[in-house]
Design a protein around this ligand. Structure first.
Ligand code: SAH
Length: 492
C-alpha cells in the first residue's frame, strides 16, 4: 500500500485551502460537506467563493500565500495554478508536520483525495495512488450503480436499533440477525422508501430471532420475500439499476418466456432458476406460479419474479401481488421498460408528437368479450396512437375492425418484432397493406402493432399538417408510409 485509506473527522476543525479559482471551489465544497471550518488564502476569489465569504460560511485571507497563514490548520490543500506557490505551500506544511494535498501533484502531496461514493454514513473511497484518477472515477461510477441510493438510510436504521438488539440477543444470534437485516426484507423495504414496511418486517425478524434462540431450534424459518421485477423488452442494458441489484440477491428466479437469456444472466450465479412461461393452451400455469412464489417465500427465500417488459402491463403482476399480500409476504415492485416503449425507441418512432398524435393507448390485441365496450372509432383517429400487444395473430382482424370503425386504407401502421433484441424487425405500412407485408416478411412473435400518424414518422421528413376538418392527415407521412418497409437487418 502506498497510502493508508483512513476517514478523517473534520467537524468544525480548521482546514486551509490556498487558491481562489474553480479547483479551490470544488475542494472547498468537499471539505465543507465533511463539516470542516475552511479558510481560503488567495488574493482574489471566484464569485461563488466570495458569496460563501459574504455569508460568513468561509474565512478569507486576501493575500498571496505566506506560511504564517496556515495558522492552526490540521490539513492544507494547494489548489493554485502556480507551481511555485504550490511547492511553497507543500514545503511550509511539511515543515509543520501538517498533511498537505497539492491538486494533481502526488509528489508534493502527503495525502490524496479519493473518489468518493457518499451514502452517508456509508462511505466508499477509491484511490489509485495518483496513477490513474480517471480509472478511479470509472470504478466509482461502477460501484455507484451497485449500491442502493438509500443505503445510508439502512445504515442509520441499523445503528438506531443496535442497543436494543444487544439487549435482546446473544452475540452469535446477533451477528446472524444483522446479516438478515442487511440482506433481507427489512433492507428491501428501506431501499424501496417504505419505512412502515421496514418497521413491520424488522419486528417480525426480531421476534423470529428471539424465538429461535429461546427454543434453540434452528428450524424456525426466517421471513422470505418477493421481488416483482420488470425485465424490460429483452436488451439487458435496459434493466433498471434496482432490477440488477435485486437480481444479484435473489435465491430463486422465476422467469417467463419473454425474459431473454441475457437478462437472466444478470441474476446471481448460484440462484435457482425456474422457467414458468406459459405454453399457449396450457392451463393452471398461473396457479403453479402462485404456489411456487408462496412455497419459496414461506421457506425464507428471496424470490425474484422476473417478467418481460413491465410487471403491471399485461403481466398479471397484480394477481401475484394479491396472493402475496394475502400471506403477508413483503414484495418489492420494480418497474420495467414495457415492450411499447422499447419498440418505439428501437424504431425511433415517438408515441406522441406535438403535430402527429396527442394520446396513446396500450391494448391487448387478443380479442375477447371483455373489449365489447371499447369504442374503436377512437382508435381509428390517426392522431391517436394505439399499440396492440399480443396482436400478431389477430392482425387481419384488427385491421378490418379499424377500417370498419372509419380508419382509412392509408392509416399508418407499423409492426415491430423482437424489439431491442438481436433479431429485431421493423415493418412499416398502412392498414391496407400491413397484413401482406408482415406475412411476406415472415414476421414471428413477440411483436407489437403500432397504428396512427406516428407509425409513419421519420425524423428525416418535415411534417406539415394538411388543413381541413376531420382526422388530421400528414401528406408527407402518407407518401413515406406507402412504400416504407424497413428491416433492421437490412439497415445494419
Ligand atoms: N409485460 C409485458 C407484456 C406482456 S404481453 C410488457 O410490459 O412488455 C406479451 C406481448 O408483449 C407480446 O405478445 C408482444 O406483443 C409484446 N412484447 C413483449 N416483448 C416484446 C419485444 N421484445 N418486441 C415486441 N413485442 C414484445
Amino acid at each position: 500500500m502506498d497510502y493508508l485509506p483512513i476517514f478523517l473527522r473534520l467537524h468544525s476543525r480548521p482546514v486551509a485551502v490556498v487558491g481562489g479559482g474553480a479547483v479551490a471551489l470544488r475542494k472547498v465544497g468537499t471539505l465543507r460537506a465533511a463539516g470542516a471550518r475552511v479558510t481560503v488564502i488567495a488574493p482574489e476569489l471566484d464569485p461563488e467563493l466570495s458569496a460563501l465569504v459574504a455569508r460568513a460560511e468561509l474565512r478569507h485571507i486576501a493575500a498571496p500565500f505566506a506560511p504564517v497563514h496556515l495558522g492552526d490548520a490540521i490539513a492544507v490543500i494547494a489548489a493554485t495554478d502556480d507551481p511555485g506557490v504550490n511547492r511553497a505551500v507543500s514545503l511550509a506544511a511539511q515543515e509543520r508536520g501538517i498533511p498537505v494535498n497539492v491538486v494533481d501533484d502526488a509528489e508534493l502531496s502527503t495525502f490524496i483525495f479519493p473518489a468518493i461514493i457518499d451514502r452517508s454514513p456509508i462511505l466508499v473511497a477509491v484511490g489509485s495512488a495518483g496513477h490513474a484518477p480517471v480509472l478511479a472515477r470509472r470504478i466509482r461510477a461502477q460501484i455507484e450503480a451497485l449500491l442502493p441510493a438509500r443505503l445510508g438510510a439502512l445504515a442509520r436504521f441499523m445503528g438506531e436499533r443496535r442497543p436494543r438488539v444487544k439487549q435482546a440477543l446473544a452475540a452469535t444470534a446477533r451477528r446472524r440477525f444483522w446479516e438478515r437485516i442487511a440482506s433481507g426484507p427489512v433492507a428491501s423495504r428501506v431501499f424501496a422508501g417504505d419505512p412502515e414496511g421496514a418497521e413491520r418486517a424488522y419486528a417480525r425478524e426480531l421476534r423470529s430471532a428471539q424465538l429461535t434462540t429461546a427454543a434453540s431450534a434452528p428450524g424456525h424459518p426466517p421471513l422470505g420475500e418477493v421481488f416483482l421485477i420488470g425485465a424490460g423488452p429483452g436488451d439487458p442494458d435496459l434493466l433498471t439499476v434496482r432490477a440488477v441489484q435485486l437480481l444479484q440477491q435473489a435465491d430463486v428466479i422465476l422467469y417467463d418466456r419473454l425474459v431473454s437469456p441475457e437478462v437472466l444472466e444478470r441474476g446471481r450465479r448460484d440462484a435457482e432458476r425456474i422457467f414458468v412461461g406459459k405454453t399457449p393452451g396450457a392451463s393452471g400455469q398461473q396457479e403453479r406460479i402462485h404456489a411456487l412464489l408462496l412455497s419459496h417465500a414461506l421457506a425464507g427465500k428471496r424470490v425474484a419474479r422476473l417478467k418481460g417488459g413491465d410487471p403491471f402491463v399485461f403481466g398479471r403482476g397484480g394477481e401475484e401481488l394479491e396472493v402475496l399480500a394475502a400471506h403477508d409476504i413483503p414484495c418489492t415492485i420494480v418497474p420495467g421498460v414495457t415492450a411499447a416503449l422499447g419498440a418505439a425507441a428501437s424504431a425511433a418512432l415517438p408515441l406522441t408528437h406535438r403535430r402527429l398524435a396527442h394520446s396513446v393507448t396500450f391494448v391487448n390485441g387478443h380479442q375477447d368479450e371483455s373489449d365489447a365496450g371499447t369504442d374503436w372509432r377512437f382508435f381509428a383517429d390517426a392522431r391517436h396512437t394505439v399499440v396492440f400487444y399480443m396482436g400478431l395473430g389477430q392482425l387481419p382482424a384488427i385491421a378490418a375492425r379499424l377500417r370498419a370503425a372509419g380508419a382509412g386504407p392509408d392509416h399508418p401502421a407499423a409492426v415491430i418484432a423482437s424489439a431491442t433484441l438481436a433479431g429485431e424487425r421493423i415493418v412499416r405500412g398502412t392498414l391496407a397493406d400491413i397484413v401482406s407485408r408482415v406475412s411476406r416478411l415472415e414476421i414471428v412473435p413477440p411483436a407489437l402493432l403500432i397504428i396512427g400518424n406516428v407509425a409513419a414518422f421519420s425524423a428525416d421528413l418535415s411534417y406539415e399538417l394538411a388543413a381541413g376538418p376531420g382526422a388530421a392527415r400528414v401528406a408527407r407521412v402518407e407518401a413515406a408510409a406507402a412504400d416504407a418497409v424497413v428491416e433492421a437487418g437490412a439497415l445494419a
